[in-house]
Design a binder for this molecule. Sequence first.
Ligand code: ZN
Length: 299
Amino acid sequence: MPRSLTLTPPRQAAPAAVRRAVDSDRRRTSASVILRSVLEHGPVARSTIARLTGLSPASVTDYCARFAELGLIREASAPRRSNGVGRPHVPVDLDDSRFVVGGVHVAVPYTTVALLDLRGRVVAERRLDHEGTAPERLLANAADGLDALLAGHPAATALGVGVATGGWVDRDSGTIVEHPLLGWRDVAVREAVGARTGLPVHVDGHARALVNAERLFGRARGSRSVLHLFVGNVVDAAFATNDEVHHGPRSQAGAIAHLPLAGGTERCACGRTGCLQAELSERTLCARARAEGVGGTDD
Ligand SMILES: [Zn+2]
């Protein structure tokens, strides 16, 4: 008699802890979807948000009440009458007057620190030239730079800090795994900046951070998929599909620095010749331009 084999485990109720985690994920996702909808379409009626997001009107109203309490959104001033019947549709919009986030970008020659409002607009910015690249000192200077900017905006409340750099950045552990141009290896950025600022810190590779910013605030707003290629002192890429920026195992998606370029002649720090980053980086292009006599004198 033939026996059938099933690969699906018997259904059973998920343990309470798992259910709670799933519920909390769902709440986080709904919250983020609604806030993004307000960011993109505001001022916007709650009924429109429900239609755009597929969430129930009751749920949208509930979230909006909570966001208003937190000071993240507010009712727009002029209510729109719906033909004089029923309740007026009071649109909601992002409240960009109270909160800021800190941004830190560590480039090779300098670090930029900035404050941004909830619409991603730069409120204040300062460039800190590197005296050295020792991570402790550099990150402490960045945190102090943010403090100084915040001191200049006493009415603003900081929600958190985003730190972006080139190199290999592991978002989950908040660590810069490797950044050869800075000479960094396993630098616990989230811990260092968090301890100094007392704020939640998100760390990511600069290409992924850029794609995220473009999706939320820039030209790629509303696109389902984005591919971004970065060529500077480092060469890397980032991509988003189905509204999600890909990280890959240990955040290595988009690591293209050491792809071999056919016919390449430049020695790479990794020991091979002709890696994409060695061939295309700003340093190489500038050195070649100088060798060809392009550009002015450089002292
Ligand atoms: Zn290489």
